[in-house]
Design a protein around this ligand. Sequence first.
Ligand code: 1CP
Length: 354
Amino acid sequence: MSVLKNDRYLKALLRESVDYTPVWMMRQAGRYLPEYKATRAQAGDFMSLCRNADLACEVTLQPLRRYDLDAAILFSDILTIPDAMGLGLSFGAGEGPKFARPIECKSAVENLPIPDPEEELQYVMNAVRTIRGELKGEVPLIGFSGSPWTLATYMVEGGSSKTFGKIKKMMYSDSKTLHLLLDKLADSITLYLNAQIKAGAQAVMIFDTWGGVLGHREYLDFSLQYMHKIVDGLIRENDGRRVPVTLFTKGGALWLEAIANTGCDAIGLDWTVNLADAKARVGHKVALQGNMDPSVLYASSERIEQEVQSILADFGTGSGHVFNLGHGIHQDVPENAPKVFVNAVHHYSRIYHK
Ligand code: 1CP
């Protein structure tokens, strides 16, 4: 494998010194890019794009050609695992995900298989191997998965949800079944992420997009406990280098200390938390990733630069910060905004790394 030319992202996650703050954008490959839409049309539909290693590689690299990003993220989706478990995933045109066979009862959970990453999910590993080859060591490749709780919400609700009524009913009336599901997911995710690492992912991230809809005790019990189990089972060194793991819970600012105690290397933050406060609470243990509101990218270049400078000032001096949006980039941001954002992070962060 080629030598890594830009390792700022990996270094910052391990709180090692860098010359400027590295940056990438959650959902950096996607519908805000015309070339993504063209490749998706070529593939036919979203899952066919994920299953085609060459096209998945192409869309992974597209944002890197436009912007000076410090990391690439595998193009795939968090719902590949439930699909591989046999739930029948589809994405209608312009719609969210749908499962043909959602989880409705205990026996459905008991019968769920734990997918073999090099069998049912081999297309993901093939994409990782192809992307690593094509990146030629320019920047590191991030592998990812959804958290057990977040995957379970889609599996029980049958798709996206606003109220999470079905899964919360299961949580409060049949918690044993839900724990069994979360435990199986944690085992599946551990195998899946370890396979991504063996295939070439140099860091991994767990997206707990829906952890923030839980009550205080429920978050610890139904979400964080299972992410902790995954962190305990991950390969932490590969190819002579530490493989950092980032946990991102949207709406998770209440639980930063508990998240830091899982042994993860970094915590992903949304924009509801001030970086200075977060750093004071957990910065001696973990690195922080975030946390600009993605909607700032709708504003003028001056306003974007101002927001970047404020967030950099909040974090202050020293390493341990990976700049990012606090959630995925919106589909309709002006074409030039990501460039202004990325360049501003690099430009204005140098004074904090002397
Ligand atoms: O129409 C299209 O082209 C599909 C849109 C799309 C894209 C571009 C989906 C369907 N998934 C993706 C890619 C994707 N999903 C990536 C690629 C890597 C990147 O560039 O960052 C990643 C990391 C994800 C992760 C993902 N999928 C999450 C967690 C992160 C987050 O944004 O909170 C979630 C919740 C999903 C589910 C999902 N997949 C797709 C959609 C539209 C959704 C969200 C549905 C919902 O809101 O409930």
